[in-house]
Design a protein around this ligand. Structure first.
Ligand SMILES: *Cc1c(COP(=O)(O)O)cnc(C)c1O
Length: 396
């Protein structure tokens, strides 16, 4: 069993703050500070360009990819870290569409907008009659038919926390001859994921949410091993070339997942993510899941007992939920601002969702009770009515 008191000490968190937003931006793992300082001072500062060879910089995207792979059930050599999730959706979707003549990209209204926007932009750019079809999350299974090229879904709904059954939907897509692209933005580091067991074809996800890699951390991209040699990357950059330093004028893809690399990797950000991932060393995702359910169930019980005006927007069954809990409240934006002023940091998703993430590595049941108590004080005192909480910031 994981000792969560030990893992709490791996993070730098401000005093008196209850951080329930690690699903949006993970906090600072202590190891990151020293690692990034070392990369700057000794590798970049001391070795200069020699560090590409001497400090493992060239291999870092694959090394970090493998570390993430362990958390999502992907074998070594099937995940590469880099670019953003949006760009990786583009890379994976173009690769998937190149494997089929079909034209329908099937997704749901619970998907994160960037995934949908990327699909819309790609369909327009390809100009070959591709179409994005969006159905309600409950209707996805029934909408999978012989016209679907790619089933593109986010496993955990960013607003409600609703968890799709990845294995069942992938099996259904395969039976209909469709490929799958899973976005694991709210899954990686939050709950056990088994890409191999589910036979998923492509997957992407963020480095800055539950993986704690820092603002704008590199994302990741998975390609099922037996598909890797069959895809011709559309973003055919030099670092995905078989021999970048041959400086050939013609593109030839590298073997395996390396071909999904594009350009020069952001080493300082990758180093930060690499160091952040050490918080997961030796940890079984099943332990994280068990503790996350314990924390989420406690939060729901405490909030429902103390705050009758907040209405649960997440599935009540923990087996159908990711690692976040959302409540609906008409004045949700102002109430979240008031909660933040009281030291409980969550976030708000339009139109009325107050969202709270549960991250066992650094949150305890006592933290959850304290957060619920402060939210109760805020709600019963109607602190959200104060004028300063009505002003919308750019990031909500
Ligand atoms: C957070 C999130 C993203 C963010 O994409 P970026 O390119 O990192 O901005 C994409 N997809 C999902 C499902 C997300 O939750």
């Amino acid at each position: 069993m994981t000792d969560f008191t030990r893992t709490r000490a791996l993070f730098d968190l401000p005093e008196n703050i209850l951080y329930l937003d690690g699903n949006s931006l993970g906090p600072l793992p202590r190891a990151v500070r020293a690692r990034v300082a070392d990369e700057i001072t000794h590798q970049w500062g001391g070795k200069l360009i020699r560090a590409w060879n001497e400090s493992g910089w060239m291999e870092l995207p694959g090394k970090v990819g493998d570390r993430i792979g362990r958390l999502i059930g992907a074998p070594k050599g099937s995940v590469v870290a880099g670019d953003s999730t949006s760009i990786n959706v583009h890379k994976a979707l173009t690769a998937a569409l190149s494997l089929t003549e079909r034209k329908i990209i099937l997704s749901d209204s619970g998907n994160f907008p960037t995934d949908l926007y990327i699909a819309q932009g790609l369909a327009a750019a390809l100009d070959r009659g591709h179409e994005l079809k969006i159905v309600a999350p409950e209707e996805v299974a029934a909408a999978i038919d012989g016209d679907v090229a790619v089933l593109m879904l986010t496993e955990v709904d960013y607003r409600t926390g609703r968890l799709h059954d990845m294995a069942a939907l992938t099996a259904r897509a395969h039976a209909a001859g469709a490929l799958t692209l899973w976005d694991l933005a709210h899954s990686a580091g939050a709950l056990p994921v088994d890409l191999t067991g589910a036979k998923a074809d492509f997957a992407v996800g963020c480095g800055y949410k539950y993986l704690n890699g820092g603002p704008g951390a590199p994302a990741f991209l998975y390609v099922r091993p037996d598909l890797q040699e069959r895809i011709a990357p559309a973003l055919s950059g030099w670092l995905g070339h078989a021999q970048p330093f041959a400086f050939d004028t013609a593109y030839r893809p590298a073997a395996g997942i390396e071909r999904m690399r594009v350009g020069t990797p952001p080493i300082l950000s990758l180093a930060a993510l690499d160091a952040a991932l050490s918080a997961f060393d030796g940890i079984d995702m099943a332990d994280i899941r068990a503790r996350s359910i314990e924390l989420s169930e406690l939060f729901i019980a405490e909030i429902e007992r103390r705050c009758p005006d907040l209405e649960l927007a997440s599935p009540r069954d923990p087996a159908r939920r990711g690692s976040q809990v959302s409540f609906r409240f008409a004045h949700g934006y102002a109430a979240m601002q008031a909660a933040i002023a009281a030291g409980v940091i969550g976030d708000f998703r339009a139109p009325d969702i107050m969202r709270f993430g549960f991250t066992p590595l650094y949150l305890s049941p006592d933290d959850v009770r304290e957060a619920a108590s402060r939210i109760e004080t805020m709600m019963t005192g109607r602190h959200w009515q104060r004028p300063e909480f009505q002003i919308r910031a750019r990031v909500t």
